[in-house]
Design a protein around this ligand. Structure first.
Ligand code: F6R
Length: 243
């Protein structure tokens, strides 16, 4: 059963999401957090960094696993999710870098990397709290529509709509990766708690399909209906198609 929190404005949705991440670390200094990237998460990490600083909260015992990484991008590529996470969060809290995990986009054997990533999550004892955004097509991580609802970390081809949505992060003439290593839907569902944030009218249809539509691989986020502990934070616009 999902707890759905509809905030009057975007800023309060961002603050509420950051606060839940902060509380997860305050409640368990050795928490294992699952993290996400994308435009939605940027202000969340800004807020989390600010609040962690105010609260003098240490992340020294925290371990993180990001949902995904582009295949073909080295860690130091400015648009890799590793670089993005360093810039937004890891450079600003005291988490040891070797406790921050993302799939290696430039791994020689991306399939083996995916299997090793899944094993690393298991070895860390699983994810306590997984942060999620949602794609306009209902994707979670890079589990595009038609992804198996039982899938584990693996390579996925990015949908055309995802390529179009994410092209804004890449410069003119820069080739955008076409594949990603992503946690699977089954991997995400194993996290003990899920926290999804969606903001803006462009997400309203996907949010309604995920929360009120049939559970189907055509909308991977609809699987959230089967998770025992999921909180969905929305602003008014993202909630505008809910019945
Ligand atoms: C990225 C990820 C994606 C994004 C989704 C929304 O790690 O998991 O599923 O959450 O594509 O992206 P934005 O926030 O840019 O709309």
């Amino acid at each position: 059963m999902a707890t759905i929190l509809i905030h009057p404005d975007t800023q309060s949705a961002i603050r509420a999401t950051a606060e839940r991440l902060l509380q997860a670390v305050q409640g368990d200094h050795d928490a294992v957090l699952g993290l996400a990237t994308g435009g939605t998460m940027e202000p969340v990490y800004h807020q989390l960094v600010r609040r962690a600083d105010e609260a003098r909260l240490s992340f020294a015992g925290v371990t993180t696993f990001n949902l995904d990484e582009y295949v073909g991008l080295a860690a130091d590529h400015p648009q890799s999710y590793r670089s993005t996470m360093n810039r937004l969060l890891f450079d600003h809290v005291d988490i040891p870098r070797n406790q921050t995990y993302l799939p290696r986009g430039d791994a020689q054997d991306p399939s083996a990397e995916a299997i090793a990533y899944e094993a690393a999550i298991e070895a860390a004892g699983g994810i306590d709290l997984q942060l999620l955004g949602i794609g306009r097509n209902g994707h979670l991580g890079f589990n595009e529509p038609s992804s198996s609802l039982a899938s584990r970390t693996r390579i996925k081809k990015l949908a055309r709509s995802t390529l179009e949505a994410n092209a804004r992060f890449f410069g003119a003439g820069e080739r955008m990766p076409t594949h990603a290593i992503t946690m699977g839907i089954g991997t995400i569902m194993k996290a003990r708690k899920l926290l999804m944030l969606a903001m803006g009218a462009s997400k309203a249809d996907a949010v309604a399909a995920a929360l009120e539509g049939p559970v189907t691989a055509a909308c991977p986020a609809s699987i959230l209906q089967f998770h025992p502990d999921v909180t969905v934070v929305l602003d008014q616009e993202a909630a505008s198609c809910l019945k």
